[in-house]
Write a protein that binds this ligand. Sequence first.
Ligand SMILES: [Zn+2]
Length: 302
Amino acid sequence: MPAVYPIVPGHEIVGRVAKVGSAVTNYKPGDLAAVGCMVDSDGTCPHCKDGLEQFCPNLTLTFNSPDKHLGGVTYGGYSDSVVVDERFVLRVPSNLDLAGAAPLLCAGITTYSPKRRSGVTKGKKVGVVGLGGLGHMGVKFAHVLGAHVVVFTTSPGKKEDALRLGADEVVVSRNTDEMQKHAGSFDFILDAASADHDINAYINLLRRDGNITLVGAPEKPLGVSAFGLIMGRRSLSGSNIGGIGETQEMLDFCGAHNITADVEVVPIQKVNEAYERLLKSDVKYRFSIDMSSLKSDDRRDA
Ligand SMILES: [Zn+2]
């Protein structure tokens, strides 16, 4: 989707309700609330009826999407307020750290949804490829769901951190012998790597009927060996956030298990620096912007 400038990004938003319209029944001023990647949908298509609003052909994304009410495009969370239909507003459990809860709205639901759909529970063996913003959430969820969690990384330096986040084992993916030890043993693998990588190496680690789900988005097409899938009836799929109902379920699950993202909080003035560091994977594991810093921004008067 082409960016329409000026653009206001931000689709992992938490804060307190400032005002409500006269027809709003579920929220009142002062409530903790969150907004994720979408702010509206038609509510009538088969996807909406199934509670999978993220696939609605008339979906309105939180930013850079045609704005049905005001014209132009929608503006996201890098601002001091956002106006959203209450159907797309979520409740944040009060025990969660707000800065750490914000990334749940995209990174959280993106990694929670495919695990739930694949029946990740106690006794299952689950792999997570890549330990970044998405991957670190994937590890936390798989661990709390009771699975035996194996993290695949290209950086041996991430081993300790992976174990701290809940991994039972860490495999350096460049080590073919180490990879081979796990051949045919995984029920489910969450592939959160956005860099170019050999997907077949992971498909071969799946057991019969195992599934690997892509949530990372490598720039180049992946070369998939048909035999890797045919032998063992394995499957390769993709997944995209979750519906509003499932997003609320995920937030409640996080509340019950006290799960948040590991974040580094930055003021809006440091957003460009944060972006540069992000490109170098120099963040553990998500930046969270304290939007109150916007009020102290001198440039607003310039
Ligand atoms: Zn729809």
